[in-house]
Design a binder for this molecule. Structure first.
Ligand code: SF4
Length: 363
C-alpha cells in the first residue's frame, strides 16, 4: 500500500462523496426499508437490468414474496413466472434454493458476509451489499459501477477479471471502506455505486458535475473515457431459428418446457436451428420431430424478428403451423397447450412472447 495516497485524502474523499449521496440519492423503494431480504432481492435483480426497468418487477416480487419463507414455499414455476422478463433465470432459481435452504435450517438471513457467501447464488458482491446495507458490516461491495469509479479515481489500468486489476481495485475499496473509522458502511457502498450509476457512467462521465472531481486522477490525465479498459469479447455467433405457432381447436398454443441450461424450466414454442443450405420450413419439420416428437406442417410465415442471448444473435422465422400428429391430447412429456391469456402464469421466455406479438396473441 506504500504507493497509495496517505489516509487523509481517503477520509476527505469519503466525506465528500457521502455528503453528496445523502443529498442526491435516488428515492428507491429498497432504500426506504433496507431489510436484508429487500436488499438481497434488489441486488440480484440489479445485476442484470437497469433500475428503471427493474423497479416494477421488484415491487411485484417482494409483494408476492415478502420474505425468504414465502419464496421457499412457492414452486419453481411460480418463481420463474414472477421473474419473467428479467432474464438470467438461473439467478431466480438460486434465490429460490437459498430461501429453501434457510427455511429448511430454520435460519434467518445471516448478517455476516462469510455466511451469506455460502448461500446459493450469493457471490462476494451480493454478500457484501447485504451485510453492509442491512446489517452495517464494514465490508466493501465491488460491482461494475464501483470498479469503474475506482479505476478512474485512481487511474487503475486493466479490465475486469484480470488479476492485477482486480487486486488493485479490491485494495482501494478496502482502504476506502476502512478510512474515517468505517462509518456508515452501507451508505458508503451505495454512494460509490450511485456515483457510478448516475454521474461516472460508462460512456460519458459527467465530470463537470462530479462531487469528487478534485480527487480524480483520470480526469486530470484526460483519460476517463478509456477507463476501465474493455475486456476482449468473444465474437458474436449468428443463428437462424425456425419456430412453430401451433394451435388446438380452442385457440390454445402448444409450448414445451426446455430441459437444458441456461433456459431450463422455461416454456418455448417448438423451434430448431436451420442452415443456410435448407429452408426454414424443412428445418422446422425435421427439428419438431427430433426435439419434440411432433409432426408439424408450416402453413403461414409470420413476421420475423431478431433476438440476442449473450453472444448469440438469433434471427427467428416463425410460422403458423398445423399439427399433423400426434393428436393434441397425445403430446409427449414437457408439452402442453396454453391459452394466450394464461401465458403470464407460466415461466415463458421473452422469445416466445416476441413471436406471439406477431400473431396478436400476447396476453
Ligand atoms: S471526475 Fe469524472 S471520471 Fe472522475 S470520478 Fe468523477 S465522473 Fe468519474
Amino acid at each position: 500500500m506504500s504507493d497509495l495516497p496517505p489516509a487523509s485524502p481517503f477520509r476527505l474523499l469519503r466525506r465528500t462523496l457521502l455528503a453528496w449521496f445523502r443529498k442526491n440519492q435516488r428515492p428507491l423503494p429498497f432504500r426506504e426499508s433496507p431489510d436484508a431480504w429487500r436488499v438481497w432481492v434488489s441486488e440480484v435483480m440489479l445485476q442484470q437490468t437497469r433500475v428503471e426497468a427493474m423497479l416494477p418487477r421488484y415491487r411485484a416480487f417482494v409483494t408476492r414474496f415478502p420474505n425468504p419463507g414465502s419464496l421457499a414455499g412457492a414452486d419453481e414455476d411460480e418463481v420463474l413466472a414472477a421473474w419473467a422478463g428479467l432474464g438470467y433465470y438461473g439467478r431466480a432459481r438460486a434465490l429460490h434454493r437459498a430461501a429453501r435452504q434457510l427455511a429448511a435450517a430454520g435460519r434467518a438471513i445471516p448478517p455476516d458476509a462469510a455466511s451469506l457467501r455460502k448461500l446459493p447464488g450469493v457471490g462476494d458482491y451480493t454478500a457484501a451489499a447485504i451485510a453492509s446495507i442491512a446489517f452495517g458490516v464494514p465490508v466493501a461491495a465491488v460491482d461494475g459501477n464501483v470498479r469503474r469509479v475506482l479505476s478512474r479515481l485512481f487511474l487503475v489500468e486493466g479490465y475486469r477479471g484480470r488479476a492485477s486489476f482486480e487486486g488493485r481495485i479490491r485494495e482501494l475499496a478496502d482502504r476506502l471502506m476502512e478510512a474515517d473509522d468505517a462509518r456508515d458502511p452501507g451508505a458508503w457502498n451505495q454512494a460509490l455505486m450511485e456515483l457510478g450509476a448516475t454521474v461516472c457512467t460508462p460512456s460519458a462521465p459527467r465530470c463537470a458535475n462530479c462531487p469528487v472531481r478534485e480527487f480524480c486522477w483520470a480526469r486530470v490525465a484526460g483519460r476517463q473515457a478509456e477507463l476501465p479498459q474493455r475486456r476482449p469479447r468473444p465474437s458474436a455467433v449468428s443463428v437462424c431459428l425456425a419456430m412453430a405457432v401451433v394451435r388446438d381447436q380452442e385457440g390454445r398454443i402448444l409450448v414445451f418446457r426446455r430441459g437444458e441450461s441456461p433456459m431450463r424450466g422455461l416454456y418455448e414454442l417448438p423451434c430448431g436451428e436451420y442452415r443456410s443450405d435448407e429452408s426454414a420450413e424443412e428445418a422446422l419439420v425435421r427439428e419438431a420431430i427430433s426435439r419434440y416428437g411432433i409432426h408439424v406442417k408450416p402453413a403461414r410465415e409470420l413476421a420475423g424478428f431478431r433476438h440476442t442471448v449473450m453472444n448469440r444473435r438469433i434471427s427467428v422465422a416463425p410460422f403458423e403451423a398445423d399439427l399433423v400428429e400426434p393428436a393434441p391430447g397425445a403430446i409427449g412429456p414437457g408439452g402442453r397447450f396454453v391459452h394466450p391469456r394464461d401465458l403470464d402464469r407460466i415461466p415463458a421466455g421473452s422469445m416466445l412472447r416476441k413471436a406471439l406479438q406477431g400473431v396478436g396473441s400476447t396476453p
